[in-house]
Design a protein around this ligand. Structure first.
Ligand code: 13P
Length: 248
């Protein structure tokens, strides 16, 4: 089954609003590709200017985080209705930096996945193992557990529209990429887990990205693998290289 490729930038905590607009303008012609979904997941304060800057282009806007309530006394948080009104379509959930630095657990991540779907946002749901788990050889069990927890009470129809990002923590921002075979092994396993939890049609529809030091030089090989449907790109999404990844 042909799945549409999705290349998403995760800008993390980079780019002031004016820098964000400048980057959108720099990338505008480089990321043109109607066969690929292109997404910029940007810091909350950049969402409004980025949505304006990419208007009329093929670029979709994503958020890096949100909270599960619509409004109220949640100092410092941002809600799904706020994101929707600003033109956001995708939201990253469960990134390892949110898990490790900000203490998000799978219960909250599952609540966020539910809330995103209920709000009409498409989750980019992240999973992945630490170097210790990779070395211990228990990474497959770990990832299977993350997926099961994070998808609790999520329906097959919802999962068909979900994006899952496999991001081995040891490959994030380290310059060390999982080999294409290592990435494919886990992305294939994730699809099998979805087939077990739901059915084959759902597994065939869900889009699975690889993330971790993906760049202009290694993207084509990673993206050539049958179970890798796209990339979630950190560092290389902040420069012209991103255009080469979109067109890899
Ligand atoms: P890098 O591409 O900088 O390794 O970051 C990957 C990532 O964490 C994307 O979410």
């Amino acid at each position: 089954m042909a799945r549409r490729r999705i290349i998403a930038g995760n800008w993390k905590m980079n780019k002031t609003p004016s820098e964000a607009v400048a980057l959108c303008n720099e990338l505008k012609d480089l990321v043109k590709n109607d066969a690929v979904d292109v997404v910029y997941c940007v810091p909350a304060i950049d969402i409004v200017p980025v949505a304006e800057a990419v208007k009329g282009t093929n670029v979709h806007v994503g958020a890096e985080n949100f909270y599960i309530e619509d409004k109220g006394a949640f100092t410092g948080e941002i809600s799904a209705p706020m994101l929707k009104e600003a033109g956001v379509e995708y939201v990253i959930i469960g990134h390892s930096e949110r898990r490790d630095i900000f203490g998000e657990n799978d219960i909250l991540i599952n609540q966020k996945v539910k809330k995103a779907f209920a709000s009409g946002l498409t989750p980019i749901m992240c999973c992945g193992e630490s170097l210790a788990l990779r070395k211990a050889g228990t990474y497959k069990e770990w990832i299977a557990r993350q997926i099961k927890w994070d998808l609790t009470d999520i329906t097959a129809d919802q999962v068909k529209t979900l994006v899952i990002a496999y991001e081995p923590i040891w490959a994030i921002g380290t310059g060390e990429t999982a080999t294409a075979d290592q990435a494919e092994e886990v992305c294939k396993m994730i699809r099998e887990i979805i087939a077990d939890l739901y059915d084959q049609a759902t597994a065939d529809a869900v889009r699975i990205q690889y993330g971790g030091s993906m760049n202009a030089a290694n993207a084509a090989e990673l993206l050539s693998k049958p179970n890798i449907d796209g990339g979630l790109i950190g560092g290389a999404s902040l420069k012209a290289d991103f255009g080469q990844i979109v067109n890899a």
